[in-house]
Ligand binder design. Structure first.
Ligand code: B12
Ligand code: SF4
Length: 445
């Protein structure tokens, strides 16, 4: 047996108990592509299951990386290397900064993990592991299989599932754009259903595809076939997914989604101002009448979670007030507001770096901490602005209006909204405290 330890490193514990936490899938997918003679243990530091790099006994340690918390990943790498234990790292952050990662790890795997992982393990067993491997984002998902859920921590509120991967769009802020050929690919229906079967006792499931509905007529037909199969299974859980705004133009698809248990779509509105959308290359949103679109989605009994970015260059320092007014008029059901954040490797990062407006304190790079020098907002000002938006939506009056909207349409949503709102209220407090703390510690951000 080869002892393999896997780890999601984190400096902060996510708001277990309050935040709308859903499980990561990366290492569970890699585990299912690992030969049986590996004995795998998974440490998930997001939810408090910490790895001790000073004492752990393993032949190989594999770490997944986001930008936030990367110094914890590097601390683990350094300590294990000093003890002579072989290390490998992959994921979003190191895919854009492999040189940095190689200062702390023996091997870095860039891009999509499953294919290069197999090759790496073979080389590792033959003591010939290279420094770098690359997994392109256009390989078929025919043999992707299901994630090994038995390894996943059960402290998450909702299980996440994937039915497709990839997005061909190129929004300037999105970390996905660090990869070339970001082809949209679907997972075989039977594999998806097998995965859904394994979580059928859950009450709520999060579909983490970049865009559940895909990008073409063919994709949409594939989704319809899949949805009909899901309907036949009659699962008792409800689910939410991410989708592009043009879902509003596909009533038949939405109807099937509803029948299959979908109750919410998370849509990247980003901004209500066309100039801002242009500046971040969110072309598919430009010219869309958000109010009409939301009306059409509501007609199919699906609620809308609008994700918005604060701090874009075109947004003046009273933009948040405009945003509140517009989102209320559009009648979104739930709001998520993030600060404009420049992930390394993106076009936005290059631009802001050239202008001296971003940070290299990767650990602070979270969408809920202001890390950019904004054109029209100070850091204190934008924190207060975000709070104003959140407070305008997460109060009993607004919640009552949303509940009234759904009372006679779909009652399953009411419980969900109450739960989400209470959790959100609690986690907002923690978020604000954390953001203020980081700003105080790091005045030069
Ligand atoms: C589920 C999820 C979460 C979960 C789990 C996090 C995780 N580690 O995956 C939770 C809720 C905890 C979470 C939290 C946050 N998240 Co999040 N999350 C996601 C989401 C929606 C899905 C991730 C997922 O499971 N994908 C499916 C798997 C199969 O794909 P994958 O993770 O990309 O992994 C593949 C490759 O990257 C690679 N790989 C990854 N790790 C490894 C390791 C090895 C050894 C190898 C070989 C390969 C490899 O192979 C994998 C399989 O192909 C993504 C968006 C998305 N659609 O990907 C955002 C995303 C990962 N999150 C992001 C962010 C910013 C956050 C937060 C900072 C949010 C915030 N508050 O601002 C926090 C960070 C928490 C922390 N402590 O640092 C960003 C990361 C950007 C970056 N460069 O860091 C993403 C990309 C969303 C975005 N565009 O903003 N998130
Ligand atoms: S549409 Fe979404 S996933 Fe695609 S590039 Fe834009 S932000 Fe990224």
């Amino acid at each position: 047996m080869i002892e393999l330890a896997m780890c999601y490193p984190s400096l902060v514990k996510e708001n277990v108990g309050t935040e709308m936490l859903y499980s990561p899938l990366a290492l569970a997918y890699l585990a299912s592509h690992t030969p049986e003679y590996y004995n795998i243990s998974l440490y998930d530091e997001y939810v408090g299951e910490d790895m001790n790099p000073d004492t752990i006994i393993a032949d190989l340690v594999a770490v997944s990386s986001l930008s936030s918390g990367i110094s914890r990943a590097y601390e683990i790498g350094d300590k294990l290397r000093a003890r002579g234990i072989k290390t490998v790292i992959g994921g979003a952050h190191v895919s854009s900064l492999p040189e940095e990662a190689l200062e702390h790890f023996d091997t870095v795997i860039l891009g999509e993990g499953e294919k290069p992982w197999k090759q790496f393990l073979e080389d590792f067993e033959n003591k010939k592991a290279k420094e770098r491997y690359f997994g392109p984002m256009d390989v078929s998902l025919e043999n992707i299989g299901t994630p090994r859920r038995s390894l996943m921590h059960n402290n998450y509120h909702y299980p996440s599932v994937m039915t497709s991967r990839g997005c061909p769009y190129a929004c300037s802020f999105c970390y996905l754009t660090i990869y070339k050929n970001r082809k949209y690919r679907t997972i075989p229906h039977e594999t998806i259903l097998q995965d859904f079967d394994s979580i059928q006792d859950s009450s709520i499931v999060v579909v983490t595809d970049e865009n559940f509905i895909g990008y073409s007529k063919k994709d949409s037909e594939d989704r319809k076939v899949l949805l009909n199969k899901i309907i036949k299974r009659n699962y008792k859980f409800i689910w939410g997914c991410q989708a592009s705004i043009n879902i509003a133009e596909q009533p038949e698809l939405m109807q099937l989604m509803y029948e299959a248990g979908c109750r919410t779509v998370f849509i990247g509105f980003e901004s209500t101002d066309p100039e801002s959308l242009k500046s971040i290359s969110k072309r598919h949103n430009i010219g869309v009448n958000y109010k009409e679109a939301v009306k059409k989605i509501h007609k199919q009994k699906i609620a809308v979670i609008a994700s918005c970015i604060l701090g874009m260059d075109n947004q003046k320092d009273d933009y948040h007030k405009v945003l509140i007014k517009e989102l209320k008029d559009i009648k979104v059901d739930f709001v998520r507001v993030f600060f404009m954040t420049a992930w390394p490797g993106t076009k936005l990062h290059k631009q802001l770096e050239a202008e001296g407006r971003t940070t290299i304190d990767w650990d602070s790079l979270r969408k809920d901490i202001p890390t950019t020098k904004f054109k029209h907002y100070t850091h204190e000002g934008i924190l207060a602005a975000r709070k104003e938006v959140m407070d305008a939506f997460f109060n009993w009056r607004s919640l009552s209006m949303v509940i009234l909207r759904w009372l006679f349409k779909d009652r399953s949503l009411m419980g969900l909204f109450i739960k989400l709102s209470v959790r959100n209220k609690l986690s907002e407090r923690i978020r604000n405290k954390r953001a203020n703390y980081v700003l105080q510690q790091n005045k030069n951000l």
